[in-house]
Design a protein around this ligand. Structure first.
Ligand SMILES: C[S@@+](CC[C@H](N)C(=O)[O-])C[C@H]1O[C@@H](n2cnc3c(N)ncnc32)[C@H](O)[C@@H]1O
Length: 306
């Protein structure tokens, strides 16, 4: 029997190879509407009232006090820079700490260099994982706003990382966690029969994060945004390297197409066939889209918290 037909084949977890992860992430970035959707959200009344206005209340209108912001898994900083820019409209002094272990931190620095809004922000750069940051700097420095956008997948056990993040908040400070839901996108791609195999996809999803918040009796608000992936490449072109990288990103698996057993690959492709949407582009070409919903979770640290 061919190796590819054997269900016991190991599929390797994408998160175990950060070099490959970043290649797949670049493919994903060029095929998603996340950037537009996140831009809309940061410009929305929800961000203004739940983040900016609530932080202003905390400072009791004393806007020349320094506000401390922490980004974790910030990537190239495009999304965080937009959040910081919204804060600069209200706060005169901002200190931003950035925890990003990969080379993307260099791109973040470039993003900062090109944005005039950054003139009022002092940056501290930590090219480290979150745990390395905590091991070096501890939890004594507290933050008014912590932003963790699609980075909880790397932080391990939600019960543990939620406590670590909460501890870093000033009383009245706000934690933003954005994480994929369990019932769409990578949360529901049917790799579940392989769940026992620790080398396969184990992306943390919002169900696990909210369960941790509830267990710890931490109050949160929840809203959603939907992003659309253009999956035309891997649905229509067997030779597309870009398509294979996107499929790896979505399945959380290294070389999914080549290494998945036939039954698993068929099941996953069948899943895409069932939920995809076909649209015509302006040029008359066919575009195949796939939707994924993420939760936007906002936590405010209670006044009595120690
Ligand atoms: C999916 S990307 C999200 C980037 C950015 N927040 C965004 O949404 O555009 C996840 C980021 O987390 C970073 N990362 C990986 N492991 C990490 C860890 N243990 N601690 C902090 N960040 C980590 C990765 O290098 C990557 O840049």
């Amino acid at each position: 029997m061919m190796a590819s037909n054997m269900s016991e084949n190991k599929l390797f977890n994408l998160l175990s190879d950060m070099k490959h992860y970043h290649k797949t992430y670049a493919a994903y970035c060029s095929k998603t509407t996340k950037w537009q959707e996140m831009h809309k959200w940061t410009e929305s009344a929800e961000f203004e009232s739940n983040v900016v206005a609530n932080l202003s209340k905390y400072f009791s209108g004393n806007m020349d006090q320094q506000i401390r912001v922490l980004g974790i898994g910030s990537g190239d900083g495009i999304l965080e820079m937009h959040q910081l820019q919204k804060l600069t409209a209200k706060f005169l002094k901002i200190s931003a700490s950035v925890v990003e272990p990969s080379e993307l931190i260099t791109k973040y620095k470039d993003t900062v260099g090109m944005n005039p809004a950054a003139d009022n922000i002092t940056f501290e750069w930590y090219k480290q994982t979150f745990d390395e940051y905590l091991a070096c700097h501890g939890s004594d420095k507290k933050y008014h706003f912590i932003s963790v956008v699609h980075a909880v997948y790397f932080l391990g056990d939600p019960d543990v990382f939620i406590q670590k993040l909460y501890k870093l908040l000033e009383p009245g400070g706000i934690l933003l966690v954005i994480v994929v839901t369990d019932h769409t996108g990578s949360g529901c791609i049917p790799l579940h029969k392989l769940k026992d195999d620790k080398t396969t996809n184990n992306y943390v999803n919002s169900f696990q994060v909210t369960a941790a918040l509830e267990k710890l009796q931490i109050y949160y608000t929840q809203s959603t945004y939907t992003e659309t992936y253009n999956i035309t490449d891997f649905m229509t072109n067997d030779d597309s390297e870009e398509g294979e990288l996107l499929l790896d990103f979505m399945t959380g698996t290294i070389n999914f197409k080549k290494s998945a057993p036939d039954d698993v690959r068929d099941r996953v492709m069948h899943h895409f066939q069932q939920v995809l949407r076909i649209e015509k582009t302006d040029d008359g070409d066919e575009k195949i889209s796939y939707e994924e919903i993420s939760d936007i979770l906002l936590v405010t640290r209670g006044d009595k918290a120690k």
